[in-house]
Design a protein around this ligand. Sequence first.
Ligand SMILES: [Fe+2]
Ligand SMILES: [Fe+2]
Length: 211
Amino acid sequence: MTREEISANKEAFLRLCRENIHREGLEELLSYLETTDFYTAPSSTAFHLNQEGGLCKHSMNVFYTAKAIYEGIAVPAEQSGEANYNEKISFESLAISTLFHDLCKTKLYKPTEKWKKNSEGRWDSYMGYEVQDEFPLGHGEKSCVIIGWFMRLRRDELLAIRWHMGMFDIGEQGSAQRFALRAALEKSPLVSVVHAADLLASNLLEKTIKH
Ligand SMILES: [Fe+2]
Ligand SMILES: [Fe+2]
């Protein structure tokens, strides 16, 4: 991503936050983001949007994907009475739970020199990223805690952010996490929407740079 694209994405992200979120603590959270690498960090080391500016772009992609699911599936189901849940999804909650779902990835990826063999069998170096977790608290859990330093989250937002990876973030031992994820999905439709949007945006919209 070019410098211009990164700064245009930052402006677009701030606009989305201020247009859709009117909760106390928003400006404090946005000021905190200025002290992190949120706008320049990649979205991953080796998968979706593994490039400078990827994290901010991914956060907006998940917002727009969730908005499409909300408008195309949830709202019609709520209006027709077919919805398999009672409390309507709040659009502000959807914005908070998508735009900030991956704050756990701030201060996480450090640029580092990596090596690969070229077609002649010689080693070439390139700039990539490695994980150095300064605050190893988990994935969705960590995002919940960081947002909570500045803004009071509703229960359904906490569940949606905590479980946005769905089955991809389930421990391999025991069944407690599986039961908890199932219960979270049943408690709030926001959990399904945010997880589906994260999965769809990452897999359908976001290119991986191959070195
Ligand atoms: Fe994530
Ligand atoms: Fe994500």
